[in-house]
Design a protein around this ligand. Structure first.
Ligand SMILES: C[S@@+](CC[C@H](N)C(=O)[O-])C[C@H]1O[C@@H](n2cnc3c(N)ncnc32)[C@H](O)[C@@H]1O
Length: 210
């Protein structure tokens, strides 16, 4: 269930970052929720793509809250250590590996650069609680997780994400995840090439703001 790897769904991450960078340009704080992060390869891949696209100064303002129900309580230690096997980093481009990882333990493991590790904070969280870890996120990434939930649970989780996002914030799922019909009015698809959506305001909120 915790199957993951570095730069999985790379075209989705690239597409999400293309939409995010102009949205958050000039901000002093950029906070993203990666829900269902498993052992950290996804939030760290996202952080690396953002490090490449945001510039050093803006990157220091980034915080990724990476959550998972983490059934066996093993993910926090792995993520905080930021140390992955040589096999885990083998498939990424050498330019990225040598820029962001240092070989340790006779090259059997690779340690992720502290500047990237510092941007990601892990919290144990079950999406079925329907209680967001905080609100005001400019982006929520939830890939290859919702397929484990029932339709009713998915609807609840999409509503929770909507409530946890800033107006116009971005929701990112894997390519094969459809929005449930019950929540289609809450989000607008931003791109034909990937599943990146913008949060729409509810009609009552829209009326209050006019
Ligand atoms: C297949 S992994 C996906 C990891 C990563 N998002 C990716 O795309 O590579 C699915 C993860 O979802 C987590 N998960 C499943 N149900 C969850 C729930 N109700 N709340 C939080 N995490 C959950 C699992 O623990 C697992 O780590």
């Amino acid at each position: 269930m915790a199957f993951t790897y570095f730069f999985r769904d790379m075209e989705v991450l690239e597409c999400a970052v293309r939409h995010l960078v102009p949205l958050v340009s000039g901000r002093s704080r950029v906070v993203i929720w990666d829900a269902g992060c498993a052992t950290g390869e996804e939030p760290y891949s996202l952080a690396i793509v953002l490090a490449e696209r945001m510039g050093e100064f803006a990157f220091r303002n980034l915080g990724i809250i990476a959550t998972d129900m983490d059934e066996n309580g093993a993910f926090q230690g792995i993520i905080e250590a930021g140390e992955y096997t040589a096999e885990a980093v083998a498939a990424m481009p050498e330019t990225i590996r040598s820029k962001y990882f240092i070989p340790v333990k006779d090259g059997r493991y690779y340690l992720l650069d502290e500047r990237v590790r510092k941007r990601v904070k892990f919290l144990r969280h079950d999406l079925r609680s329907l209680a967001p870890v905080q609100d005001g996120f400019c982006m929520v990434v939830c890939k290859n997780v919702l397929l484990h939930l029932s339709h009713e649970e998915r609807v609840g989780v999409f509503r929770m994400f909507h409530g946890a996002m800033e107006p116009g914030g971005l929701l990112v799922t894997e390519q094969t995840q459809n929005l449930a019909a019950e929540v289609e009015s809450l989000f607008e698809r931003r791109s034909g090439e990937c599943r990146v959506y913008s949060k729409l305001e509810l009609p009552a909120q829209r009326a209050r703001n006019t």
